[in-house]
Write a protein that binds this ligand. Sequence first.
Ligand code: URA
Length: 211
Amino acid sequence: MGKTLTIVDHPLIQHKLTILRNKQTPTAHFRQVLREIAFVLGCEATKDLALGEIDIDTPLEAISAPYLEGKKLCFVSILRAGNGLVEGLLDLIPSARVGHVGVYRDHETLEAIKYYYKTPDKLDERQVIMVDPMLATGNTAIAAASELKQAGAMQMKFLCLVAAPEGVEKFSEAHPDVPIITAALDRELNDKGYILPGLGDAGDRIYGTKG
Ligand code: URA
């Protein structure tokens, strides 16, 4: 499926994903587990952050120790379901900046339509991690990544929870420079653009809405 896809098969992630897939999981529990899984996925997504050195004194001696360097990284939530993942990522890196891109899927055409955009400055100097639980057709993620590149983002990753082969293919073609990190690569899309077996509509599962 190409070099840009990483499937994180850590047992904790797979266990938590099963809870999220289960339609019996109530909204509050879904939200909590999504936050937890985001934390673990965030460790994978940030494993190559640049480190510098800082001189510190331990209680016993002076040492030069590793320290994150460079501008604060930026999580970008693709509204609205991306917000559910961002909560857990901020538990991991509270000082990160957060941007929001609102792109919705037209239910008839499945095309991506932008309705909101707000991101921190100096995107070109930040590691940008774009997040959306579901990579389905890829249209939304492709549009969001294009917006971010237009705003200057140069180092970008896309973090999702469940990906469809169709979406991975299309996204990787449009943005081969943006690695995808996911907890699962599912079987296929249905004719409504939902991922099978998937977990349903992520936004509805997080917020307790319907349709
Ligand atoms: N968006 C969702 O929330 N779920 C899917 O299965 C596909 C797109």
